[in-house]
Ligand binder design. Sequence first.
Ligand SMILES: Cc1cc2nc3c(=O)[nH]c(=O)nc-3n(C[C@H](O)[C@H](O)[C@H](O)COP(=O)(O)OP(=O)(O)OC[C@H]3O[C@@H](n4cnc5c(N)ncnc54)[C@H](O)[C@@H]3O)c2cc1C
Length: 136
Amino acid sequence: MRTKARALRGVRTRRRTLERIAESRIRIDQARLLVYKAAWLMDKVGNKAARAEIAMIKTASADAACQVIDWAIQAHGAAGLCDDYLANAYAQARAIRLADGPDEVHRNQIGRLELDKSRSGGAARYAPHMALPAPP
Ligand SMILES: Cc1cc2nc3c(=O)[nH]c(=O)nc-3n(C[C@H](O)[C@H](O)[C@H](O)COP(=O)(O)OP(=O)(O)OC[C@H]3O[C@@H](n4cnc5c(N)ncnc54)[C@H](O)[C@@H]3O)c2cc1C
């Protein structure tokens, strides 16, 4: 409600608020689709072959949650820092960037797997279901 009221106040505030709402929707759906892809791969090819996607969702979903909640806090001004929903939600989302290993560890793993792919025959080795057919 607060964001709706803010969105009506002044053209620039309204535009910025709408852009952040749109960007939030994009980031949430990107993270959600990556989670579906990782779950699908885990079912199809197993956890080991899906380890890059598992590492990706650990960083992407926490990043998306932190950014979206941060924008919500900003939209609410100082009220966003009250010790109720948003501040707690931010603390929890932020903790996910450390729990089960810090972001950097997951990103390093993704980077290593990407380099391995280019050295050893492309995506087919890690995610055969996602590999493009060989050119004729
Ligand atoms: C809510 C929550 C739940 C947790 N649950 C569990 C659990 O169930 N089981 C469990 O074993 N642990 C758990 N942890 C611990 C968590 O795995 C560690 O906090 C995390 O791995 C970071 O280790 P650390 O706190 O010792 O910090 P450090 O290892 O000192 O890391 C500090 C910072 O250094 C950088 N860093 C560290 N290592 C690397 C690296 N290899 N490459 C690049 N940068 C690096 C990162 O920026 C990192 O944030 C939990 C933590 C939290 C916050």
